[in-house]
Design a binder for this molecule. Structure first.
Ligand code: GUN
Length: 293
């Protein structure tokens, strides 16, 4: 079998077009959706990621402001800035780019963001909403993976999905989303005794470890769907995922490439969360406004 590719770039483009339409509709209601991105320090990868996020936002008509602060910014100054953004009704989404400098407590910083503006979906209130099925913002990467499965018309009901990796940002929320779609879900991690025995049973594998060749052809059931969240460099310095793409593509039915797979979808889902946050704020404000008599 030779797998078909799920094209994250094409899908993300379609999502951006949809967000552009929603942005225009919101502007017609008198609201300009606005995302503020906070970058503390000079981490090179973070600089690239945040620039992409701003460019994507601008392309869809969303206002995006990149706030850059020096690496020695104090945690309390950052918390003060977040507090100001929480109170500012013209700001609908707040994203603090991770990693933060070592002297800051990332958990505390994330918890300072108002859940209604938590477009990353990292706040404990957002996590709780996902667990319970209440409305809230879903983390962008696993949500993007789910959209990729939807794009091929994949019905998860009764399927066995194996998630490799248990991070709060990808693995755990991914498992919950798959569960919500009635998949039977196994979460594997560094202490899993026999990873291959589990992945061999999987109809869907999501690899989210951050290590090359975590999933190889011998670990995949013929016809499985494979989603690769990894973003690594190979020996030649080229971008690669967690999956041995060439080997696994010979066994799987569908596979996501790296680059051009989950990465652009993560960014697209940030735009979806941001427009959603702005729409909710607008609807709430319209509801609170006294009606003319
Ligand atoms: N650093 C790497 N990926 C992300 C992300 O999706 N959100 C934030 N806030 N920081 C990141």
């Amino acid at each position: 079998m030779t797998a078909q590719t799920i094209d994250g770039n094409a899908l993300a483009r379609a999502i951006r077009a949809e967000v552009s339409g929603r942005t225009a509709a919101l502007k017609a209601r008198g609201v300009s959706p606005q995302l503020n991105i906070i970058l503390v320090g000079e981490d090179p990868a973070s600089q690239v990621y945040t620039r992409h996020k701003v460019n994507d936002s601008t392309e869809t008509g969303l206002g995006a402001t990149l706030e850059r602060y020096p690496a020695d910014m104090t945690e309390s100054a950052l918390l003060d800035r977040i507090d100001a953004l929480n109170r500012d009704p013209s700001v609908h989404g707040i994203l603090v780019q991770l990693p933060l400098p070592r002297h800051m407590d990332a958990g505390k910083v994330i918890e300072a963001i108002a859940p209604a503006k938590d477009v990353d979906g990292f706040h404990v209130a957002s996590a709780g909403a996902l667990v319970t099925g209440l409305p809230g913002f879903w983390p962008c990467t696993p949500h993007g993976c789910l959209k990729m499965l939807d794009s091929i018309g994949y019905d998860l009901r009764g399927k066995h999905a194996v998630v490799i990796g248990r991070s709060n940002i990808v693995g755990k929320p991914m498992a919950l989303m798959l569960l919500q779609r009635n998949a039977t879900v196994t979460i594997c991690h560094s202490a899993t005794a026999d990873l291959k025995a589990l992945t061999r049973q999987a109809d869907v594998v999501v690899a989210a470890v951050g290590k090359r060749n975590v999933l190889t052809a011998d670990m995949v059931k013929p016809g499985a769907v494979v989603i690769d969240v990894g973003m690594n460099r190979n020996d030649e310095g080229k971008l690669c995922g967690d999956v041995d793409y060439a080997g696994v593509a010979a066994v799987a039915s569908w596979i996501t490439p790296v680059p051009g797979g989950v990465g652009p979808m993560t960014r697209a889902m940030l735009l979806v969360n941001t427009i959603e946050a702005a729409e909710r704020a607008c609807t709430a404000a319209e509801g609170a406004r006294p009606t003319a008599t």
